[in-house]
Design a protein. Structure first.
Length: 207
């Protein structure tokens, strides 16, 4: 399988139009783009995000609506309502469920959420555990994020690798690549690393 990028880019299109254009131009190499208007879909549609979502779909890449599940503490109905807002407002055809626990005890809850996401039109469901989860989660999603963290931690780990695993690495130098076929490596660090694009996608600075 060729390496492909899953891009979580959490910047407003009005603030970073050139960066969003670079993401859209890279669509053929992308697994998908995580759309996160307001730590989720927000309370009302944002026309700027609706525009970039339409451009991404036209360019042929998945639009994955970001939804925080609070490690299973967020009620099922709230999560589903947000998935529907992503679909109705932004045409999201995938779901990126964040803060997913790794333990088997939560499998039933996430099985219901995965079924609901697909019923809402999600062609791809991504679960972000950030660590290696119970094997049962592999039956629920198309992709499991089994690592999210800084390069200094990642480079010292020997993690299992499979086609349905994804590693998201930040604070990373250029030229490095995770072991998983689907991945993302960004230079950003601190509290907001996903405000930077993957190495190689950042637009050239204006001269």
């Amino acid at each position: 399988m060729n390496p492909r990028l899953l891009v979580p880019f959490y910047e407003h299109p009005a603030d970073r139009p050139d960066a969003w254009s670079a993401v859209i131009e890279a669509a053929p190499s992308l697994y998908g783009v995580v759309l996160n208007p307001a730590s989720g879909a927000g309370e009302r549609p944002d026309p700027a995000f609706a525009d970039v979502a339409a451009r991404l779909r036209t360019a042929g890449t998945r639009v994955l609506g970001y939804t925080d599940t609070a490690y299973g503490r967020r009620p099922h109905g709230e999560v589903v309502a947000e998935l529907l807002r992503h679909r109705d407002w932004y045409g999201a055809d995938g779901a990126f469920l964040d803060q997913v626990p790794a333990e088997a005890e939560a499998l039933a809850h996430y099985r219901r959420l995965a079924v609901a996401a697909r019923s809402a039109g999600a062609r791809a469901v991504v679960l972000n555990h950030g660590t290696h989860p119970d094997p049962g989660y592999a039956d629920l999603a198309d992709l499991l994020v089994t690592f999210e963290g800084p390069w200094d931690t990642y480079r010292n780990l020997d993690l299992p690798v499979a086609d349905h695993y994804c590693h998201l690495v930040y604070a990373a130098p250029s030229g490095v690549r995770p072991a998983t076929p689907v991945h993302c490596v960004v230079p950003g660090a601190g509290a907001h690393p996903w405000g930077t694009l993957p190495h190689g996608l950042e637009p050239e600075p204006a001269r």
